[in-house]
Design a protein around this ligand. Structure first.
Ligand code: ZN
Ligand code: ZN
Length: 169
């Protein structure tokens, strides 16, 4: 599953994210990935929605435009698009992987009740990595951070029914 023809090291993905930061770079100036029609529709679907869809949800959207596409094809192309840095495969908790059309580094909050994922308005904390330099034997190349909480909908339900929402993920 390594990238072909790219001399990326372990920090490669970080570099890719930075170069794509330019406001959802157009397909043409991204990479030499072969942009099939299927791939393009999948990518558009992810970029159109702000909900960090799962592969199944992407499939439901794409199927409206390409009725004959299979779930396996969607899965496979999501992996390729993620490897090429055109989407982000989010390393979040929860049962299903989610995908993000916004490829720049940002943090997420996940609802512990319904699993909804949203962006949080916070700049990446690069200083937390500096704190480990010279302290850890590892060469630190990045970090991930996920916030947990109750989304507005579940928060309301919790107060209305007076229970729920303590299922830790
Ligand atoms: Zn929720
Ligand atoms: Zn996001």
């Amino acid at each position: 599953m390594r990238k072909k023809g790219l001399t990326t090291s372990s920090i490669g993905s970080k570099v890719v994210m930075v170069t794509i930061t330019r406001k959802r770079a157009k397909l043409s100036d991204s990479r030499k990935i072969r942009m099939t029609r299927q791939r393009q529709v999948i990518l558009e679907a992810i970029r159109e929605v702000d909900c960090h869809p799962t592969a199944d949800e992407v499939y439901e959207i794409v199927r409206q435009r390409l009725p004959h596409i299979s779930l396996g094809t969607v899965y496979r192309n999501l992996e390729i698009l993620s490897e090429e840095g055109l989407t982000q495969k989010l390393a979040l908790g929860g049962p299903q992987k989610r995908f993000d059309g916004d490829t720049k580094k940002h943090y997420h909050v996940r609802c512990i009740c319904c699993g909804r994922v949203d962006d949080v308005p916070m700049e990446p904390l690069t200083s937390v990595e500096d704190a480990l330099r010279g302290v850890s034997d590892y060469e630190i190349t990045g970090h991930s951070l996920e916030f947990l909480g109750l989304c507005p909908h579940c928060k309301k339900n919790t107060y209305d029914t007076g229970r729920g929402g303590d299922e830790n993920a």
